[in-house]
Write a protein that binds this ligand. Structure first.
Ligand code: NAP
Length: 296
């Protein structure tokens, strides 16, 4: 069987082209979607993520500002900046880049963001609204996974989806999104984690496996059935002396082994990763529409 490769890179291009049109239409109405990004400290990985978000905004015509604060910024000062952006009508979305320095209570900062500007979808109001099927915003990575399934012709409706991993940013929300009684969802969902005794028992029955554990080879070919669809969320570095930088990126599943059995599989890199930023752009455009009472 030759597996369909679900390229997040290609699907992202498609979605970003749609978003560019939407931004242009909004601008014709005098609305420029705006995103405020707050970065505290100098973590190199966070700096790269923030730069990529700024570049994506620029390409789509979204107004973006990155506020970089020193690592010793007080919680109070950070909360004051969040409040300032909450009040500023030119910014429809606010994103605080995680992780924050240890002296700052991450939850307190995330909870301070206006839920209607919470384009990361991490505020408890948005988590709760997702649970009851009435979200302002879906969190970016799970939203990207759902889009990958739908746009690649792998509708999860009536399928058994097994999610491996139960984090608040990937596992739990994707499970919640796909079990909603809605178009593009309506799946039967099982969640596995480190407390699951025999993960293969569940993954072998899965029509769709979504792996988000942070460990290479959590799901291997012997753990899935023929014709399975696999979305690999993981991003892991493994040593590779043949590469100039000494490592390569792999996901959480055995891509080479599983692709021989799967109907479709997403690669790493070039899979879920590019979709995450694209969904942030989509949420920012949605935030601008919500602020102006425009239906999606
Ligand atoms: P996380 O917070 O560390 O959560 C990992 C989850 O996987 C936990 O629920 C853990 O179970 C479970 N788990 C770990 N090892 C397992 C195993 N051997 N068998 C079954 N379950 C296992 O990680 P995360 O934030 O969800 O991220 C997961 C992966 O996705 C990471 O590689 C991360 O880099 C990647 N990621 C990628 C993107 C992207 O945009 N491409 C975005 C977010 C995350 P317990 O709850 O029992 O500990």
């Amino acid at each position: 069987m030759t597996a369909q490769i679900i390229s997040g890179k290609e699907l992202s291009k498609e979605i970003r082209a749609e978003l560019k049109d939407e931004v242009e239409q909004l601008k014709e109405k005098g609305i420029t979607p705006g995103l405020a990004v707050i970065l505290v400290g100098e973590d190199p990985a966070s700096q790269v993520y923030v730069r990529n978000k700024a570049k994506a905004c620029e390409k789509l015509g979204i107004h973006e500002i990155t506020k970089t604060l020193p690592a010793d910024t007080s919680e109070e000062d950070l909360l004051a900046l969040v409040e300032k952006f909450n009040e500023d009508p030119t910014f429809h979305g606010i994103l605080v880049q995680l992780p924050l320095p240890k002296h700052i209570d991450e939850s307190k900062v995330l909870y301070a963001i206006d839920p209607l500007k919470d384009v990361d979808g991490f505020h408890p109001v948005n988590v709760g609204k997702l649970m009851i099927g009435d979200p302002y915003f879906l969190p970016c990575t799970p939203h990207g996974i759902q889009e990958m399934l739908l746009r690649s012709g792998n509708d999860p409706a009536r399928k058994h989806v097994v999610v491996v991993g139960r984090s608040n940013i990937v596992g739990k929300p994707i499970a919640n999104i796909l079990l909603q009684k809605k178009e593009g969802a309506n799946a039967t969902v099982t969640i596995c984690h480190t407390g699951t005794d025999d993960i293969a028992k569940y993954t072998k029955d899965a029509d769709i496996v979504i792996a988000a554990t942070g460990w290479p080879n959590t799901v291997t070919a012997d753990m899935v059935k023929d014709g399975v669809v696999v979305i690999d969320v993981g991003v892991n570095r493994v040593d590779d002396p043949s590469k100039e930088r000494g490592y390569r990126l792999v996901g959480d599943v055995d891509f080479e082994g599983i692709k021989e059995k799967a109907a479709a599989i997403s690669p790493v890199p070039g899979g879920v990763g590019p979709m995450t930023i694209t969904m942030l752009m989509k949420n920012t455009v949605r935030a601008a529409k919500l602020a102006h009472g425009i239906e999606d």
